[in-house]
Design a protein around this ligand. Structure first.
Ligand SMILES: [Zn+2]
Length: 280
């Protein structure tokens, strides 16, 4: 708890820069500061830093080749600027696991946390890198070709990005263990974070990322609400396109992209929890 101000200072700098660079909205920046500070206060440098690794890599990827992605992105429910709902959808479950580990330190809770962060990171990398794929995506459920930007569409490049995004979080968690050794937070949640070795953390990241991102794709394809633009005919996650309200064509109206992301990260966390228990 004693070093919580490092989390506050670090997240103020990063959220401020992200707000200035227009990758976070005002509410998103505030949510990111609360999330980052709480992860440091209840966890340690490795809990906090894993969130930062996701945040930095996904923000940089979003800005990369932005012009080429702008066309595909116009069909998504939300565009580049993350708001508070998206920040909590990506980090809320991770914070809940951190709080649980502060109360009752268990290495498996840290494994689940790595899985959750790997799932959201893998999903973001798959979207950002896979969106640049020149091959036509296929539906994860039916194997049929779908339009680029459709939920549940996968490409070989996107699947490679999924694996890389999960491994990246495992590698970040491994490197961050050294910071915990230098400046232990004083809570047993830091000790829980140190229970796994490097190869184990890479495995947790890969499993959490792959399961989470594929669950996200499958849920998106099966049940996420989808619309069709009445003007240009494109299938969309967004309710409006080309300046007009779009027509609801399928999916469960209550299930939007943020809810699908949360369910996907739960699946990634559960898979990593299982592997984490088996590894102990
Ligand atoms: Zn349109």
């Amino acid at each position: 708890m004693g070093l919580w101000w490092i989390g506050l200072a670090g997240s103020l700098c990063l959220a401020g820069a992200a707000y200035w660079r227009r990758s976070l909205s005002g509410s998103g920046a505030l949510a990111a500061v609360v999330l980052g500070t709480a992860l440091y206060a209840l966890g340690s440098a490795s809990w906090f830093g894993t969130l930062i690794a996701f945040f930095l890599s996904s923000s940089l990827l979003s800005k990369w080749k932005q012009r080429r992605k702008a066309a595909a992105e116009s069909g998504y429910e939300k565009s580049g600027r993350r708001d508070a709902v998206q920040v909590w959808a990506n980090g809320g479950l991770g914070l809940a696991l951190c709080a649980a580990c502060a109360v009752r330190p268990e290495p498996a809770l840290y494994a689940a946390f790595v899985g959750v962060m790997a799932a959201v990171n893998a999903d973001t990398w798959a979207t950002e890198i896979g969106g640049l794929s020149r091959s036509e995506p296929r539906s994860i459920l039916t194997g049929r070709r779908v339009a680029a930007g459709t939920s549940g569409g996968v490409t070989p490049l996107g699947l490679a990005a999924t694996a890389a995004g999960g491994l990246f979080i495992g590698a970040a968690a491994w490197l961050l263990q050294r910071l915990d050794a230098v400046a232990p937070g004083g809570l047993d949640s830091a000790a829980a974070a140190g229970a796994y070795g490097g190869a184990e953390l890479l495995a947790l990241g890969l499993v959490g990322g792959a399961v989470g991102s594929l669950a996200d794709s499958a849920l998106g394809a099966a049940w996420q609400r989808m619309y069709r633009c009445r003007v240009c005919g494109r299938e969309l996650e967004a309710r409006r396109h080309c300046g007009e309200a779009a027509e609801h064509i399928r999916g469960w109206r209550a299930l939007g992209n943020d809810a699908v992301n949360v369910l996907g990260s739960m699946a990634g966390g559960a898979a990593a929890l299982l592997v984490g228990v088996l590894l102990l």
